[in-house]
Write a protein that binds this ligand. Sequence first.
Ligand SMILES: C[S@@+](CC[C@H](N)C(=O)[O-])C[C@H]1O[C@@H](n2cnc3c(N)ncnc32)[C@H](O)[C@@H]1O
Length: 817
Amino acid sequence: MAARDASPSSTSSTLSNITVQTEKQADIRIMSSASPSISTPPTSLDDEHSVLSDTTKMEPLSEVVDEIHIPPGLENAPDTPQPAQDVTPSEGRRAVRSSRKSVTTYNVQILAGTAIHTPTKYLEKHHKNVVHGDLEAAAAKEMLTPGKKRARQSESASAAGDDPVEEQLAAESAQASRRRTSSRVTDLRKEALRNISGVGQVVANALSDGKTLVQNSLRRSASDSALRASSSQRPLGTTRGGSGSEANEAGERKEFLKPKKKLWLRQGLYVGQHRDFDPRLKESQNRARKRTKRQHGPDVLPMPMFAAARVLDEDPHHVFKDFKLPFDTYHPLPRKVKVDGWVKLNKNRFIGEASALWKRDKQDSSQCYCKPEDGCGEACHNRIMAYECDDTNCRLGAELCCNRPFAELKKRAKGNRYDYGVEVADTPDRGFGVRAMRVFEPHQIIVEYAGEIITQAECERRMKQVYKKDKCYYLMSFDNKMIIDATRGTIARFVNHSCEPNCEMIKWTVGGEPRMALFAGSRGIMTGEELTYDYNFDPFSQKNIQICRCGTESCRGVLGPKPKKPVEDKSIASTIIAGTKRKFQDIMGSVRSKSEDTPMSPKKRKLLAGTTAMSKVKYAIDEPEVARERAEKEAAEHSRQIASRQNRALNRSTPVTGSRSAGAKYLRKNLPSIKSSRITTVSFQRKVPKVGALKAIKQSTHARAATRPAKTALGASKQARSQARPTTPKKNSRDVESDSDEDSVNITPASLRSASKKSLNASPAVRGRLSKVESIKSKSESKRMSRGSSQRTSKVTVEDLGKDHPARSRLRTASGR
Ligand SMILES: C[S@@+](CC[C@H](N)C(=O)[O-])C[C@H]1O[C@@H](n2cnc3c(N)ncnc32)[C@H](O)[C@@H]1O
């Protein structure tokens, strides 16, 4: 007979102890179920022996039936098994005690090797007796895995093969005793508890199955007398081939008990990949293995991304081929640079009086009239004027308009660091720099140059007091005579200078306020590239000149202002006139001095009248003298340029000056104390034709101005864009003016006139040529007229934009500054 605590704690009770009872004590134990059963760890040799005892026999299931379920009305049926009526509860209890010796008791904690470590109160509270029978056998069978079966076969040859629970427990005990030596006591305990809970669960299931079985049998016995007769002799639950349903049940059970085959995953995420790591080895052994492997070289190819990083890090002179990976393959090195003393600001912050002064000088407004198909592209007025489109100045929505760079930047900042796309990196010789972590398209916005916007007075104060001992300043001249101090500012402050930059620092007007940002140059930016722009650095004094380490071919050698523009950079007007000039000279057969051929020569090219053989001979004879003269002239010109540059620097409105004169005074006074100031002064002006050039064009085209066809606003704006497109930082307006003085246009109508006058005194041959020149000149002018040359457009653009158009005012401001 088996008694089982049906209370909720009964399941857990099986976790501690399982007691297997013999047939003899079955009837006595019915009563024992009434009181809480007690089990103790084996204390005698008998008990020890009982752990692996094979004397246990299976409990006939019919007794279980007798004890538990006797359907109402069947109590007095002749075939119904009767509970033992003659045993009183007290006797039962006594009987349990007296019969303990013969009860095979399995203390699971002992079996699992955890009894020593289990608190006594735990044992007292939880251990319960569970009586096994056929149902338990079924349960145990279910629990037996192939491994356990093997363990059972090998280790308990002497154990009774009939009792699977016992066998399982014996196997577990053997396992546990093997593991006992290990120090992982807690794990073992957990494992044992898990196992036992599993057994308990199965036993519970089996009992409920048994209950069903009994009920079915009783039902059958009530309807089938033959079966009833046999059932009284044969214990329920024993299978016999005669009964179809029983055979089915046996078949089902067999199927149920069929061991499951473990399926191993053979393919997966890491299939085919080799790792240096061997999980069977210790970490130190793995490390040692890796070290030895490295000496021999890797036996598998490295991942492309790491290989690429290695190549990129190598000295470019030793790498046979330039090589850059696209962003999705390349992963910038996860080297984080920590910058001390950098307080990060994400947007401009006005300091002190700057705010009030700023409001007073609000920016002009701009309006674009783009159609959806244009999408605010190259022809967009706002774009030309470096105004960001928004809902107030653009009719296209955010989806169609692609002239909203700062809005794009804002969105990007919300993404991850690769969306943001820039990081501070160490450079070998220029301190920190900024590196791209993604690809940027040509002219795409990269990062805003933001910081504290201060007045010049505040800047002076900071220079004297706060940054007195600093070696590095992050000051940039901004709009409205203000200064951006990016000591607290965005990452853009770390962008270094290059004489061949890949980026441009440009001022835009966003929502009526000027903002400065770094934009990709016309080549775009690849991942891993260092970002640079031309500082157009004004050192104020020779003492402050720093050596440039940009390493480009056209490096100017020092961090200084941009050089005078070369010939090819001159205005379109001068380029056109240059064509005329060439023809003119061809006809004249003039021989220019070689010094004039020098492309960078800023001197005016003077027309030489004589082109005869005599003159050629004369020049040939005089060549050494010409060379000497040329050298002298060049030296004089060079010193003049340096002097004028220094004058400009002193007079220029700079971050450290209150006014031009005050600034000059301040600098004169303070320069010795400001030894290595890093003042990034960049003034941002539109590219405009040289003042002189415009003048020349105006004069030459004045007479025909009335007949000129009116320009459309679009054409005008296009031209304005080509002229006014914000590119690299421009020189101060004074530079523009002085440029026009120094690099005056090579040929003007006035020079042509003087040449004609001279020609009057020339020989008939020369006069003939001059008349040809006149005719070519008029032809070329008429050509210019017919194709609406840019020389004319550059002026017309300004005027045709309309009185109130911001383009007009800005272009004027730019050229007038
Ligand atoms: C605005 S900071 C740029 C960030 C700076 N590298 C840093 O570590 O903070 C400007 C200073 O960087 C250095 N620098 C930038 N570009 C340079 C170049 N091409 N060659 C030498 N020094 C450069 C100069 O000292 C300059 O004054």
